[in-house]
Write a protein that binds this ligand. Structure first.
Ligand code: PMP
Length: 452
């Protein structure tokens, strides 16, 4: 270690000896923005403190789960209390029933749900159920949508796959890749003609309820309803992935925004297909993660009861997990939901829109081309002038300008997602004082972005 080497640098050096790229998830390596990632020592509210004692306003929020801020006292107390009663039972426990009841109460299409340990497990399991239910193999996804590192879903995926400009992943068999068809996001004609040609082979369409892993792309008006209608007309299913948008884009995720308006009929009453088309539509299966575990590893998939009852031991679809429904994770999820009332969502919406204005003002003043896109309270900033509607658009932005902006903000004490392809995450702990700290750092960052 040289005299002025930081603790984060020496930790990164150590990590790289024993962990590929020194990280346990690719985007954390700062590969596309360069530099050494700060190693985080602790976090509280909206703030992170790294191993060198630097403090940052956090706009990553662990990529979504920390919606009440870090080390929220209610969540930490609930986890501590649960830990005192045992860490894992591998047997049914109260918290998992309560957490699933909470999900079913909050999201209209959910009739039955299984808890898993990550968003990846949730989408992988939902796909398996869809294939079993339809007896078909083909799955349709959209370019730029990320659904975790499930073999079948890595083709033209967003998130880290986009950050590192990868077409997909090595190690996925040809057979698996053949069963995945990738279409341009939002392209109704492409969906219609694919179904006209191969509808009888398609098990499911899977889509992010609102794409947020190529940056945030607002779904075209009633696009998800159209997908439901098209899939159902061909005997296929629609899976909406709300791992990122769930309980964040709105209280009911993106379905709370483009699902039937409040007071409409509750969809999918167990057996049979849910209502199709029009405004009264529902996905057959949905996936969740992030917020529902409050920072501990949890995912969930659920939807129509008849589909979920295909799972073992009721039905022929095998799916399991040693730590699924873990008592600490369900305690963290329940405590997080306890803090997610209407006032919390109103505050998240206010903070998100204030931040959008501040960023737009700073970038406009510095003359940096940008466009800010939203999906409910979710937003991201693209470094280009024209709106982004597809993955091709998202890739066509000034990532070098983003890199300069990112590093200047980091220097100014603001921790952004280290990629131009990610949403920015706020929490209820981002109060006026915190937003003011971001406002202070923005002008210099915008000027840095301008200096290409
Ligand atoms: N689906 C979506 C929409 C996601 O954003 C993510 C993670 N960013 C996943 C699935 C995978 O979740 P996990 O990282 O928990 O496996």
């Amino acid at each position: 270690m040289t005299l002025d080497e930081t603790t984060s640098e020496s930790l990164f050096d150590r990590a790289k000896q024993v962990i590929p790229a020194g990280v346990n998830s690719p985007v954390r390596a700062f590969g596309s923005v360069g530099g050494t990632p700060p190693f985080i020592a602790s976090a509280s509210g909206a703030l992170l403190t790294d191993a060198d004692g630097h403090e940052y306003v956090d706009l990553v929020g662990s990529w979504g789960p920390m919606i009440l801020g870090h080390a929220n006292p209610r969540v930490v107390d609930a986890v501590r209390e649960a830990a005192g009663r045992g860490l894992s039972f591998g047997a049914p426990q109260t918290g998992e029933v309560s957490l699933v009841e909470e999900l079913v109460r909050r999201v209209r299409p959910l009739r039955k749900v299984r808890l898993v340990n990550s968003g990846t497990e949730a989408t992988m399991s939902a796909l398996r159920v869809a294939r079993a239910a339809t007896g078909r193999d083909v799955v349709v996804k959209f370019a730029g949508c990320y659904h975790g590192h499930v073999d079948a879903l890595l083709a033209e995926a967003g998130s880290g796959v986009a950050t590192f400009a990868m077409p997909g992943s090595a190690g996925v068999t040809e057979g698996t890749a053949r069963d995945t068809i990738v279409l341009p996001y939002g392209d109704r004609d492409a969906v219609t003609s694919l179904f006209a040609e191969r509808g009888g082979e398609i098990a499911a369409i899977i889509t992010e309820a609102a794409p947020a892993n190529m940056g945030v792309v607002t779904p075209p008006e009633s696009f998800n309803a159209f997908l439901a209608q098209t899939a159902h007309a061909a005997g296929a299913l629609l899976i909406t992935d709300e791992v990122l948008t769930g309980f964040r884009a709105s209280a009911e995720g993106y379905y709370g925004i483009d699902g039937p308006t409040a007071g409409g009929t509750r969809a999918a009453d167990g057996a049979g297909a849910p209502p199709v088309g029009g405004s009264d539509w529902a996905p057959d299966l949905m996936t969740f993660g992030k917020v529902i575990g409050g920072g501990l590893p949890v995912g969930a998939f659920g939807g129509r009861a008849d589909l979920m009852d295909l799972l073992a031991p009721l039905g022929p679809v095998y799916q399991a997990g040693t730590l699924s429904g873990n008592p600490l994770a369900t305690a963290a999820g329940l405590a997080t939901f306890a803090g997610l009332d209407d006032a919390a969502y109103a505050q998240l919406a206010r903070t998100s829109s204030t931040l959008q204005s501040l960023v737009a003002d700073a970038l406009t003043t510095a003359g940096v081309p940008h466009v800010i896109q939203t999906a409910g309270t979710l937003f991201s900033v693209f470094f280009r002038e024209q709106p982004v509607t597809t993955y091709e658009d998202a890739k066509d932005q000034d990532t070098a300008a983003f890199g300069r902006f990112f590093h200047a903000l980091l220097e100014g004490g603001v921790y952004l997602p280290p990629s131009a392809f990610e949403a920015w995450f706020v929490s209820t702990a981002h109060d006026e004082q915190i937003v003011d700290r971001i406002a202070q750092a923005l002008p210099a960052a915008a000027r840095a972005a301008a200096q290409g």
